[in-house]
Design a binder for this molecule. Structure first.
Ligand code: NAD
Length: 374
């Protein structure tokens, strides 16, 4: 009996799956030719800290994708990567010949993990080459760039997913659900604080202090606060006021060390946020009519933990680092294979960029209240 139910369920799922795939077939990009059981070949663009320490090891844990190629401006890194991950010569590119990836059927997805000013131009190269794009946060330098990235991917009929790993983390997903179910009544206010000693890390991170390359705390960590405020309420903010509270102008020249900002949401919900390169901050706290809940940390590589005013503990874990990134990439690969949108599509990144544009404008313009573009 149990076996029959399972078998029936399985065949129903197969029918549904084949319907989805049949429906999606007309949307499939040029590079997609294999059956859906195949692992997608992923090329990492930029072999810095995040690619090396988290994404490459995570790809080894995925079920639906694999590390197939690399794009780098550092030839000295190539032998180590080729040996460690068995990457053939044909799948190694420099930034200059990256566009030739169009001719490589072994690569389905290009994952952009470079400094922020390169996200847009590299997304355009990958999309025009007919490859799906995964792009790190923040999506771009501003909303205009984000719009161009979405258009390029749409025109080339490839997916664009943003590397918002938290949206794949189980306790964060619970917060996203609670934004809809509101177990403690209406949300009244929230607080999202994210910061780290970014400028001290000693990696190849001069770009994190360079305004032209997308440096500063707001791009790096503030985007987590913005995304969290949006997924914790399930609402889009309408206006913001921001204060650049950079203390050490000798280190932070032209970029923000600390940014404080207040987001106004519909229904009079207010989110108070602080992001900083000078302080460790990592808390998301939601106050409701009849209680509160919080995650602290809310953007950890090792998973988030938290509690609520009724004694609930949020302890679900994906497993050890880098399981979160493996889950993110598996989910994004399945979205491609099943022809459905990813959990964090380009449009999600774009909404955050519109908020960031308004934050920077307010901080520059005497902390004026800025409306957020729709
Ligand atoms: P990193 O400095 O460690 O690596 C950047 C890489 O880009 C280096 O290999 C560098 O050689 C290369 N690069 C190419 N062109 C460059 C240029 N013009 N200037 C400087 N470097 C250049 O940085 P990272 O920590 O790996 O961050 C890369 C991207 O990943 C950023 O967008 C960052 O926001 C994002 N990131 C996301 C997470 C996350 O949890 N989702 C974590 C870390 C970084």
């Amino acid at each position: 009996m149990e076996t029959n139910r399972w078998a029936n369920g399985l065949s129903r799922r197969r029918v549904l799956q084949s319907m989805v795939l049949a429906g999606a077939a007309t949307l499939l990009p040029r590079s997609f030719a294999a059956p859906p059981t195949r692992r997608l070949g992923v090329a990492l663009v930029g072999l810095g800290g995040y690619s090396r320490d988290l994404l490459a090891p995570a790809l080894a844990l995925t079920q639906h994708c694999r590390l197939a190629g690399i794009v780098t401006g550092s030839p000295d890194k190539v032998p180590t990567w080729q040996t460690r991950y068995g990457i053939p010569d044909a799948n190694v590119y420099s930034y200059d010949d990256f566009h030739r990836i169009a001719d490589n059927p072994d690569i389905d997805v290009v994952y952009i993990v470079t400094p922020n000013h390169l996200h847009k131009p590299q997304t355009l190269i990958a999309a025009n080459a007919g490859k799906h794009v995964w792009c790190e946060k923040p999506m771009a330098m501003d909303a205009g760039e984000g719009e161009a990235m979405i258009k390029a991917c749409r025109d080339n009929r490839v997916q664009l997913a943003i590397g918002y790993r938290m949206q794949h983390e189980p306790n964060t997903r619970r917060f996203m659900e609670m934004a809809q179910t509101r177990p403690f009544g209406d949300i009244v206010q929230l607080r999202a604080d994210a910061g780290w000693f970014g400028w001290r890390q000693g990696r190849d991170e001069a770009w994190r202090l360079d305004p032209a390359r997308g440096g500063g705390a707001m791009y790096d960590m503030g985007v987590y606060c913005v995304n969290a405020a949006r997924y914790s309420t399930g609402l889009e903010p309408v206006a913001v006021r921001a204060w650049d509270e950079t203390a050490r102008r000798d280190i932070f020249t032209g970029v923000d060390e600390t940014m404080r900002f207040t987001l106004e949401f519909p229904d009079d919900i207010v989110a108070q946020c602080v992001t900083s390169f000078g302080r460790n901050l990592n808390t998301l706290h939601v106050d409701c009519e009849r209680g509160w809940y919080e995650l602290s940390p809310f953007q950890s590589y090792d998973g988030n933990v938290g509690r609520a005013s009724d004694g609930t503990r949020f302890t679900a874990q994906l497993g050890e680092r880098p399981r979160m990134q493996a889950e993110q990439m598996d989910q994004d690969a399945l979205a491609i294979l099943e022809g459905r949108p990813p959990r964090a599509p380009g449009e999600d990144g774009l909404r955050d960029m519109r908020v960031l544009d308004a934050v920077f404008a307010s901080a520059r313009g005497g902390n004026e209240r800025m409306r957020i573009a729709r």
